[in-house]
Design a binder for this molecule. Structure first.
Ligand code: 2P0
Length: 352
């Protein structure tokens, strides 16, 4: 009789928001970036993906691997998802070959069930937390002796930004130089406890799906923008150095300036793409002006804005400046057309 044992493991992975942005692939197949990037991993109490992976000889081989995402069947046939399955199975198969007493999990169909605890209406990209949880759940199920950096190598192939969600705190994704991608992985610059006062406020302008996906947007930028060449050759390397120094020294003014300059630089290369890509809208620009007004009123830098491939703003600030930053935003939001009321505030860097 066939063994009906169901093997199962669960994990969670947090969302991260980049302060030095990833934008551009030098190898789209392996998901190798044109530049390094750096992010802050946000609190799992607020934003996380929970994924359970299971496998069993009793699962029908004809059904293959499957993923249920927020209750809906999701396609797993894409090359990126397949690359993650393949990498994880290969590692498990090596363990099974070395120890024949291990159950042959690598040959069984996999079922994944994944849920986000943040509303889709928050308009946040979920691929980073999604692929990080996906890879770690299967790695746990397979009992792979893999470090977070090794798992980040695999998650990177699912979605670039996912490699940064395998660490908490302040995380760098080093672009690497190897053609096979073996040195393009994440590491932790500092734990959350190093700078525990850091907070994030997410202002939701629109929950609509973005018009141009990150994957195709960055390909168009690489192919057509001259400004992009300057960004990857000079701007990002400088920003990476300055950001790591600002974090090490807990220098918020420096952290904020690099964060805002790097967001501006990324969106400038989007505008320099031909045809141009616009992720920010008038409401996003009003948020930038509000941050400038808040900093001017405080007489020092208390808030920093950053925007990803969409119009929503993420504002970084320190806990002691909550009133000046969040209080003012709540006050001015009422006067700004276009803001939704879903505002996620006081998000802390995650500890794990
Ligand atoms: C980032 N973004 O560093 C940048 C800033 C968007 C703007 O990483 O093609 O979804 O799956 O590797 O990771 C979004 O890109 O792209 C992203 P793929 P991903 O957070």
């Amino acid at each position: 009789m066939a063994d009906s044992t169901i093997y199962r493991a669960s994990t969670t992975a947090p969302v991260n928001i980049a302060v030095v942005k990833y934008w551009g692939k030098r190898d789209p197949k392996l998901n190798l970036p044109t530049n390094s990037s750096l992010s802050v991993t946000l609190s799992q109490a607020d934003l996380r993906t929970l994924t359970t992976a299971s496998c069993s000889a009793s699962y029908l081989a004809s059904e293959g691997d499957s993923l249920l995402l927020n209750g809906e069947p999701s396609d797993v046939s894409g090359a990126r998802t397949q690359a993650c399955f393949r990498e994880l199975r290969t590692r498990r198969a090596a363990l099974e070959a070395a120890d024949p007493s291990l159950p042959k999990l690598s040959t069984m169909p996999l079922r994944l069930v994944s849920e986000n605890n943040f509303p889709t209406a928050a308009g946040l990209a979920s691929s980073a937390a999604g692929f990080a949880a996906f890879v770690r759940a299967i790695a746990n199920l397979y009992e792979l002796p893999a470090s977070p950096s090794e798992l980040s190598l695999i998650a990177r192939q699912g979605s670039g930004s996912a490699c940064r969600s395998l660490f908490g705190g302040y995380v760098a994704w080093r672009m690497g130089s190897a053609a096979d991608g073996s040195d393009s992985m994440a590491d932790q610059v500092a734990e959350a406890a190093h700078w525990p006062e850091m907070r994030a406020l997410i202002l939701v302008v629109s929950a609509a799906k973005k018009g141009v996906s990150s994957t195709s947007g960055m390909q168009q930028t690489v192919a057509t923008s001259g400004l992009f060449q300057e960004r990857i050759a000079r701007v990002v390397p400088q920003n990476m150095d300055a950001m790591e120094k600002a974090i090490k020294e807990r220098d918020f003014a420096a952290f904020a300036e690099v964060t805002m300059r790097d967001s501006n630089s990324f969106h400038a290369t989007c505008a320099d793409t031909y045809p141009p890509i616009f992720y920010m809208n008038d409401v996003s620009r009003a948020a930038i002006r509000a941050v400038e007004a808040i900093n001017a009123a405080a007489g020092r830098t208390v808030a920093a804005y950053t925007f990803d491939a969409g119009p929503n703003a993420v504002i970084y600030y320190l806990e002691q400046d909550t009133e000046a930053v969040v209080g003012t935003f709540y006050h001015v939001l009422g006067d700004m057309d276009g803001w939704k009321r879903e505002v996620l505030s006081g998000l802390k860097p995650t500890l794990s």
